[in-house]
Design a protein around this ligand. Structure first.
Ligand code: HEM
Length: 382
């Protein structure tokens, strides 16, 4: 049975076209060490070091005031469009705070459990999702500033979690928007460059407007977040995996899915007025309070793809995505706060996926493992 076709079918290298089966071991291929990744990554020359930027949808507030950089109109040289360049840009945006993540720098590590549903085999044979396991998670706030206020309306909320038995773990990273702000690495760099702050620490509004008019899809994420009330609790937030993941079920059939993580007790939101009255760390405090009262749960849903879905462009939702059939893969219970060391000492690696969930075919996903490794290297060496 064929579930994917067209553009994605041509480019999806992880599946065999005869039956669209994920090659054994491919989806869970060996994760290169940080050292190996550093060897593969091309860094821009020091003169091309990315300027500080202020990106609305990243919710970052520049803490430094570097020289303004003119928006470029021609294509960037290929060697400059690298995961390392993106990490440099993210770090510079946040004023280069040492020893913290380049993105989603503020966060709290937690522990819990995953319990599979009875329907999970319809969607995936992944041992990460078909077997009960412990969960290590981290709730976070978007941007590279570890001191960002929790009631900042422009920042995303994130959740990264590792589940699955030893030898078959997967890392799933989700955020409270269903789309990313760029569909290509070059567009991501240009998005950041366009928001480079001038000497006054603010971006040039005309330059941002010019970029946005030429790249309207880069505003999809900011529009989505702006149209919704501020999340009032990590426990009451809906999170999306954004990419289209090829999932192979117990019968060996592969189809695209999107991860959606939904709070069992419903969403918790704040009016703008209530949000303004909150303390800068209210989300962290709320997390602590809810765990002290016994914790909370999320359903892990797989939204089912259909032929023709845009699986290569992470700035686009699937048509009628909110009305898609959603299969519950299982439930995560968050039961304990954890010291941050187990989360900060390593990365949640988007490419770590046990057989049964493959790598999304888009170019942004491909870049993520290297970007996260560079970020880890920087926070270790800062
Ligand atoms: C498209 C969907 C994406 C989602 C849902 C997502 C989500 C997340 C989350 C939740 C974290 C925090 C991880 C943690 O708590 O340890 C994170 C970190 C990070 N993200 Fe992404 N991200 C996405 C795309 C990207 C892309 C395209 C890049 C760059 C090419 C990127 C670069 C980073 C970096 C550098 C970090 C810090 C990693 C570390 O130091 O551990 N992300 N992301």
């Amino acid at each position: 049975m064929f579930y994917c076709e067209g553009e994605a079918f041509e480019k999806l290298s992880l599946v065999r076209r005869d039956k669209l089966l994920v090659e054994p071991g491919v989806a869970s291929r060996r994760i290169p060490s940080t050292k190996e990744l550093f060897m593969q990554i091309s860094f821009p020359a020091p003169s091309a070091f990315w300027p500080a930027v202020l990106a609305t949808s990243l919710g970052v507030t520049s803490m430094s005031t570097p020289a303004p950089v003119k928006a470029q109109t021609s294509s960037l040289p290929v060697q400059d469009v690298s995961p390392g360049a993106i990490v440099d840009a993210l770090k510079t945006v946040a004023g280069n705070p040492p020893k913290v993540r380049a993105s989603f720098a503020k966060g709290q590590c937690v522990r819990g459990t995953f319990t599979p549903s009875s329907e999970v085999f319809q969607v995936t044979r992944s041992a990460s999702f078909t077997r009960p396991s412990a969960v290590l998670g981290r709730f976070s706030i978007g941007g590279g500033n570890p001191k960002v206020a929790d009631n900042n309306r422009t920042v995303l909320r994130g959740l990264a979690f590792k589940l699955g038995p030893q030898g078959a773990t997967s890392d799933i990273l989700v955020e409270n928007a269903p789309v990313h702000f760029a569909k290509s690495m070059e567009q991501m760099l240009r998005f950041l460059q366009a928001r480079a702050p001038g000497p006054d620490g603010k971006p040039d509004a005309a330059r941002v407007q010019t970029f946005s008019e030429a790249n309207p899809e880069t505003l999809n994420q900011a529009h989505y977040v702006a149209a919704r009330p501020l999340p009032g609790s990590f426990a009451g937030t809906v999170y999306w995996g954004v990419h289209s993941f090829p999932a192979t079920n117990a019968k060996g059939e592969t189809r695209f899915i999107k991860f959606k993580i939904v709070p069992v007790a419903g969403e918790v939101t704040l009016s703008d007025e209530d949000a303004k009255a909150k303390q800068p760390d209210f989300l962290m405090q709320d997390l602590e309070d809810r765990i002290a009262k016994g914790g909370f749960r999320f359903d892990v849903l797989a939204l089912l793809g259909r032929p023709g879905d845009p699986t290569m462009d992470v700035t686009q939702r699937w048509p009628d995505e909110d009305a898609r059939v959603a299969v519950r893969l299982g439930t995560i219970a968050i039961t304990a706060l954890e010291h941050n060391a187990p989360c900060d000492g390593t990365i949640f690696n988007p490419a770590n996926l046990a057989d049964g969930i493959g790598h999304p075919p888009d170019e942004m996903f491909e870049a993520r493992q290297a970007a996260y490794a560079v970020s880890l290297g920087k926070r270790r060496s800062d």
